[in-house]
Design a protein around this ligand. Sequence first.
Ligand SMILES: *Cc1c(COP(=O)(O)O)cnc(C)c1O
Length: 495
Amino acid sequence: MEVLYNSTRSNAAPIKASEAILRGLSQDGGLFVPDHIPALDKSLEELAGMDYRQTAYEVMKLFLTDFTQEELKECIDRAYDGKFDTPAIAPVREAGDAYYLELFHGPTIAFKDMALSILPHLMITAARKNQVKNEIVILTATSGDTGKAALAGFAGVEGTRIIVFYPKNGVSPIQEKQMVTQKGDNTLVVGIHGNFDDAQTGVKQIFSDRELAREMEGKGFQFSSANSINIGRLVPQVCYYVYAYAQLLAQGKLQAGEPLNAVVPTGNFGNILAAYYAKQMGLPIGKLICASNENKVLFDFFQTGVYDRNREFVLTSSPSMDILISSNLERLIYGIAGEDAQENGRLMAELSQNGRYGITGKMRERLAGFYAGYADQEETAEEIRRVYHACGYVLDPHTAVASAVCGKYRRETGDQAKTLIVSTASPFKFTKSVMDAIGGSCDRMGDFELADQLSGLSGVSVPAAVEEIRNAPIVHKKECGAGQMKDVVKEFLGI
Ligand SMILES: *Cc1c(COP(=O)(O)O)cnc(C)c1O
């Protein structure tokens, strides 16, 4: 059955998957959502016999129904290849009493690679299918990891350009170095004087600027997005939940149908939303546990039914989760409002005007499958230490937030279900915080020395992604104020 995509903010006619991927965001400011969630059409036992690419095909074919089998398989083959440092692509690692789903084996050693290694191929295919002649300009706001993963995916891809905005003082040194050393004539990286929310809001404003869109069209350009507001990011993320469950089944760690809880370190709510979709497809996921750092706007939301971004923005040791406006939550809100675009639009207008909104009791009831928790920086460091001493396994700070919340959840509820902790980054991306936590840090050491030190302590060699940037020249030095983003875009495009 065909899946079409609706905007969360209007009742405009639904569009095909390829069009939704090309557009990124709807003209009315809404996000595209599938008109229904398709059910898995392979049994768990069948899935247990598949490799990552086969699994990805079985999931994605159900959502991207206007792509041919050949098109989709080609995109998948190009994405999930030797760029990943393990043939398993997304291996599950048992440590202590949990399973860690390692999503950091791609070219930039964070989970954004899972979707961003395929998005450029989906987009180029979608452009071809829809006879798009314009050059596609990818506009991205990043809290650190999306930027590099999108740059790696789109650099040198014909018919595309990519512009990345990141908070100048809000990313880790390794994250920044990864971005500013990016090669490729079609790339631009800009540090903005502001935080991630400023960058994300600026990008959204540029997207909904109709006058600019007309000017662009005249010059043969059109925008799209590589942020997780693009449905082409979300769909590939559903695949690894199915794959993880099937792997545990294949290894005899689970019985078919046994519920598996999932703990997801959350920022923009994309990753956990993908888990929610996987559950709606029929995957036996138990509780969906949303883990936040000190920017615990989601924890408070699940606790009280009020989303309130009016609070201090905290820079933490898990910068990719330093977010107060979780864009993808809108897709969930639309769903629990009974797919009521008007009601959702009203709440989102409140959010942009007052920075807060509250949901009804009925909507809250529909959130019963979620649990939310948070861990502060001390608890996060303590968790890195605990797991390292107990099992010799080193977590990055984002994964450690999830792992700490997993412990709190178990203590609070007594739930004995097996648990998948989503591991979103390699510890080598956040060496300072990790080495501080396990006692190997030293003030005089730079990030690369710390990486060598961490390698010694963990017995894991320094990933190629870190080696590559050790001596790479800096090619992007541009900075701007949050209000100047549009000018920077126009300058880069020569309009
Ligand atoms: C992006 C990111 C997250 C947050 O994921 P969302 O899909 O935005 O919730 C968590 N950890 C890491 C390392 C990330 O890069």
